[in-house]
Write a new protein. Structure first.
Length: 119
């Protein structure tokens, strides 16, 4: 699963006596109704967060993990990869230069040539 948005919080590494490690972070989606989604890296993947900071626009790749404990059910988003999104987006001015303008006459001629439908 891919989730894109802005990193709004990075938590400290949690290490347990068993050797298990996890590091949680929150990505807020870029939607009409933004959602803050808590995700985590586990064990050797915890160091992936070292190259990111709060405020970075990212795409996080994660798996949905579920478990039951004492009759209650829990869901976690376990991340396994994350990429920074490019800050440079093409502007409308650049796109306008790449597409040659067409006159209405050319568009009319093209529509008449392709109009071979029997109805």
């Amino acid at each position: 699963m891919e989730i894109s948005g802005k990193i709004t919080k990075i938590f400290d590494l949690k290490a347990f006596d068993s050797g298990f490690q996890l590091r949680e972070f929150v990505v807020t989606t870029n939607e009409q109704y933004p959602q803050p989604l808590s995700m985590r890296f586990v064990n050797e993947r915890c160091n992936i967060l070292e190259s990111f900071s709060e405020g970075d626009d990212v795409t996080a790749y994660c798996d949905i993990r579920g478990r039951e404990y004492n009759g209650r059910y829990f869901v976690n988003l376990q991340a396994w990869k994350m990429e920074k999104l490019s800050q440079e987006q093409p502007t409308d001015d650049l796109l306008a230069d790449e597409i040659p303008p067409q006159s209405n006459d050319v568009l009319l001629e093209e529509s008449q040539e392709e109009d071979d439908l029997p109805f």
